[in-house]
Design a protein around this ligand. Structure first.
Ligand SMILES: NC(=O)c1ccc[n+]([C@@H]2O[C@H](COP(=O)([O-])OP(=O)(O)OC[C@H]3O[C@@H](n4cnc5c(N)ncnc54)[C@H](O)[C@@H]3O)[C@@H](O)[C@H]2O)c1
Length: 428
């Protein structure tokens, strides 16, 4: 099938490559010419394991271009996967979606199915109908579906090829869009959940909200377990064995980040306030996350009272296996440490410190250079490369003995056996 995917980011590019590998002919559009040029040269503009290799295999089925008009004209199916970042008031910025509609509406002269992959607030697909009507497009010439994406960066391809579910929201009476999408996804084994447009839009927010809630919940319990000398990992393990709870997203640490959870929870909170719905859990989840770093910083200050000393931070990205630093908890952690006066040094296997933070921390190309002469070593991202470190060598290289495990990935007893002081939350 001839398919156009608008937006060549983590979602749009992964979708394009996946669909091309399934045999569809894909025109993948991005307004960022630089990105398109990189893609045409066979270079993936961000780090996502396996994507470059699959693109190589599916290359003959995919075209990268900035020409929305031509691509929409020649495609019956259009996926929109552009960004929907948070605005200052927390609401989702839908301007990228609207700009796509402006770019393409004149090309809706034969029947098109427009599929919204981006995460958008409930009611957005309805607003898209209104917008296209205002622009003079006949509603007989298109159908809209909401088909939110649930992939995880770092595992994006796996998730797209093995989704735990595929959610499709359609209008009442639409009998063609679900079979169409099922034929596009033929070859992918998945459970379909079919609902109305706002239902699909809200499912995406509810999904992220629940996952973020699990993280804030275990972080809250870690604060309690800290006081009672209880190991939070024992609690996570025990309650995670209850199938009604499940073991995922129960790791206490410095909190959640990334391009989705923080912005999606803020967008939901904005809607809830606007609609005057009482939803106290949502606020609490964010409040716990926003204050989680403070707990670590207070402990660091207590152990490291000379505020000009060198601290080494391992990890910039919001999670492992991505170069994405959007809303990474590492950023406010570094900002707080630098504001206190510490000499902050950082290492990440893929993430790069943003220009506006270069005055706050020095990034090094290796872990060894970062750790050298430091008084305290802080783990911010659970990259596999950080799981097992040569503690004897690290001790020799460091100028101090404080190890802060912001992701609960290290063995406290082992670290202490080298003479270090291990600092965590909920790790007596
Ligand atoms: N990143 C994730 O893990 C993830 C997971 C699930 C859902 N989502 C959602 O999917 C959407 C996309 O996220 P992403 O992380 O892929 O974003 P991204 O920022 O990586 O990519 C968006 C791309 O859209 C392009 N774009 C913007 N306006 C355009 C236009 N008018 N025409 C053509 N291209 C345009 C941008 O240049 C950019 O390359 C968001 O709504 C996000 O919330 C993201």
């Amino acid at each position: 099938m001839n398919i156009c995917v608008i937006g060549a980011g983590y979602v749009g590019l992964t979708l394009s490559v996946t669909l091309a590998s399934l045999g569809h002919y894909i025109q993948c559009i991005d307004k960022d010419n630089n990105k398109i040029q990189q893609l045409n040269n066979g270079f993936i503009p961000f780090y996502e394991p396996g994507l470059a290799e699959l693109l190589e295999v599916a290359r003959k089925n995919i075209v990268f271009t900035s020409n929305t008009v031509e691509a929409v004209k020649s495609s019956a199916v259009i996926f929109i996967a552009v960004g929907t970042p948070a605005q200052d008031d927390g609401s989702a910025d839908l301007s990228f979606i609207y700009s796509v509609l402006h770019d393409m509406y004149q090309e809706i002269t034969t029947f098109k199915t427009i599929i919204i992959k981006s995460t958008v607030p409930p009611g957005t697909c309805e607003q898209i109908y209104q917008k296209l009507t205002e622009l003079g497009v006949s509603p007989h010439l298109y159908a809209i579906a909401s088909n939110p994406e649930f992939l995880r960066e770092g595992k994006a391809l796996y998730d797209m090829l093995h989704p735990d579910k595929t959610v499709i929201g359609i209008n009442d009476g639409d009998t063609t869009t679900v079979p169409l999408l099922q034929s596009i996804y033929a070859g992918i084994n998945t459970a379909y959940v079919i609902t109305n447009l706002a239902g699909a839009e809200l499912i995406k927010y509810a999904n992220n909200y629940f996952l973020a809630t699990k993280i804030s919940f275990i972080n809250e319990i870690a604060r309690v377990s800290d006081k009672y000398q209880v190991d939070i990992q024992h609690i996570s393990k025990a309650i995670g064995l209850d199938p009604r709870i499940g073991k995922e997203f129960l790791k206490a640490g410095i909190g959640y980040g990334g391009s989705c959870f923080p912005k999606d929870l803020r967008a939901l909170e904005y809607l809830i306030k606007k609609e005057q719905i009482n939803a106290p859990i949502l606020h609490a989840v964010q409040q716990i996350n926003d204050t989680q770093i403070n707990i670590y910083v207070e402990k660091i200050k207590k152990h490291l009272p000379h505020f000009s000393e060198k601290v080494a931070v391992l990890g910039l990205t919001f999670k492992a296996d991505t170069n994405d630093i959007r809303n990474s908890q590492s950023i406010p952690l570094i900002q707080q440490l630098a504001t206190i006066g510490y000499d902050v040094h950082v290492y990440d296997p893929k993430g790069v410190i943003p220009k506006n933070m270069e005055s706050l921390a020095t990034q090094h190309p290796s872990l060894a250079e970062t750790v050298e002469g430091s008084h305290c070593l802080i783990l911010a991202t659970d990259w596999p490369a950080f799981t097992s470190l040569p503690w004897q060598e690290i001790k020799k290289a460091m100028n101090g003995l404080f190890i802060v495990d912001g992701r609960n990935i290290w063995n406290k007893k082992e670290i202490e056996s080298y003479g270090f002081t291990y600092i965590g939350v909920g790790r007596p």
